[in-house]
Design a protein around this ligand. Sequence first.
Ligand code: TMP
Length: 205
Amino acid sequence: MAFITFEGVEGCGKSTQMELLKSFLEKKGRKVLSVREPGGTALGERVRAILLDSKQEPVDPWAELFLYEACRAQLVKNVIRPALEAGKTVVCDRFTDSTVAYQGFGRGLDIKTIEGLNRLATGGLKPDITFLIDCDIEVGLERALSRIKEKKGAREDRFEKEDLAFHGRVRDGYLSIAANDPKRVRVIAAAREIASIHEEICGCL
Ligand code: TMP
């Protein structure tokens, strides 16, 4: 499996699992590149700061969608494809499924349009496998917010400020993506020990 993505609601624990998987694969001698969306390029990190800034003017859902797709086009072209072509394994924290879940199911934008834009931004690149870390939204949000409190000066981003109904739609969206593409998307229950989740993920590869 060369291109692996992690997905899930806020605070689901995907970043921890991604780091554990990276070390596991590296111990097996694989060269691994880990990236995140939005981000992973100079342009992407700057747009990420705009996208997550909770103090700015209200962002139109279509403007938001185009910004995510712009970050993705830059990341795929300049970072992910070259790494895959060089024989590396790429592990990505969020990818196209996030846009379907957040902008499609969460914001209510047309899913077929989003899928079309995803195809344009990625040039048709799809993950070989996606781990959906499925987490109760209240548990996840509490974890995300307590992490912010630990970091001095950090504040909630625009998505952490959304209401529970929004996050519920995102979670349901993810589960529907998984149900429609069960070969690629593995649903991993988050309410367990970190080590046991890691073991299940490794067992899928
Ligand atoms: P992160 O905090 O997991 O790095 O993700 C950043 C936020 O961006 C998260 O709240 C989900 C959101 N997001 C979208 O709404 N659409 C997208 O396409 C992506 C990649 C992320």
